[in-house]
Write a protein that binds this ligand. Structure first.
Ligand code: AMP
Length: 112
């Protein structure tokens, strides 16, 4: 599904020209516009799902995680943090599911 007012749908289908860090038929990876680390990549499915709660397609879930590894390989990073914010109180601001991949700085745990 494509959602007309969704910024990540527009990125995924090329309406907002965005350089791909990695992509295949199902997923698209690109740099976060407001990076929280020297490497901050977002990975999205090309189809619209508002959040992890709406995504039941296990094959696509696998594609998203496989893309994390592809991005890491491509960028030559072996240590990184992968984050999925689900819902407002968890920090989700864009309601098209995305995986954050952050790297190349020291990170604290637990997160704030
Ligand atoms: P979240 O808070 O998990 O929903 O993350 C949304 C992320 O999308 C934030 O890190 C934003 O900086 C990022 N973002 C929003 N709009 C764009 C855009 N047009 N291009 C790249 N990243 C974006």
């Amino acid at each position: 599904m494509y959602l007309k007012d969704c910024i990540f749908c527009k990125i995924a289908n090329g309406e907002i020209p965005t350089e791909a860090v990695y992509q295949n038929e199902k997923v698209f990876a690109f740099n976060d516009i407001n990076p929280q680390a020297p490497v901050h990549v977002l990975i999205i499915p090309k189809e619209h799902y508002a959040s992890l709660n709406e995504l039941d397609d296990k094959e696509l879930m696998g594609e998203l995680f496989a893309a994390v590894k592809k991005v890491a390989e491509k960028l030559g990073i072996k240590e990184y943090r992968t984050v999925i914010n689900t819902g407002k109180s968890a920090g989700q601001e864009v309601f098209h599911i995305h995986l954050h991949v952050l790297a190349n700085r020291d990170m604290k745990w637990p997160p704030g």
